[in-house]
Write a protein that binds this ligand. Sequence first.
Ligand code: ADP
Ligand code: 5GP
Length: 187
Amino acid sequence: MKNKLFVMSAASGAGKTTLKDLVIKDFPDIKYSISATTRAPREGEVNGVHYFFKTKEEFEKLIKEDGLIEWNEVHGNYYGTPKSFVEKTLAEGNRVLFDLDVFGKVNFDKVYPDATGILILPPNEEELEKRLRGRGTDSEEVIQLRLANAKKEMEFAKTKGKYEYVIINDDLQRAANELREILKKKD
Ligand code: ADP
Ligand code: 5GP
């Protein structure tokens, strides 16, 4: 299972979606795992592309039916990883890239302990705040919640998380190249 499953985690706004979008097209054998969430779609987000957008009731049904590898409440919404896609993709001989919060990753590891963990860090807190604001997708209240959570998440990731790689996303192209080098590893 080594180098078949890659889990990216980051504080919100660190740039992992940007990095993922930049790099994944270079790896036809790596499929992105689309998470289920109860969060409302941001402008431009498409159901079944960025997330499977669910009501709370639909999400709870998924949990009950054992349809998720892991799930967690993040910034006040549920997020979870559908099981069937991962099993199907692996059976087809392909690999999978995940975007999970740092606590969800711990539960993910219980199912797939060999997954490669990649922690994406912003250069500093000021830049993180600047990026969250610059993205222009979240209300002030949501930005404040995400910044407050960022501190706890990064503290947890650094002390208790299992991340083989840490990428500082200062220069985007350099960070993207670091991610490419990690995803190139096949055995
Ligand atoms: P995440 O998925 O980690 O929440 P995003 O990929 O949405 O973060 O990025 C947050 C914002 O920061 C976006 O507006 C994005 O364009 C910008 N961004 C991402 N990486 C960089 C970078 N290396 N330098 C400057 N801005 C960046
Ligand atoms: P966003 O709302 O910015 O898209 O994502 C918020 C947080 O949810 C990010 O930290 C992201 O990594 C996390 N996340 C996205 N999908 C999942 C998932 O399937 N499981 C878990 N545990 N976290 C997820």
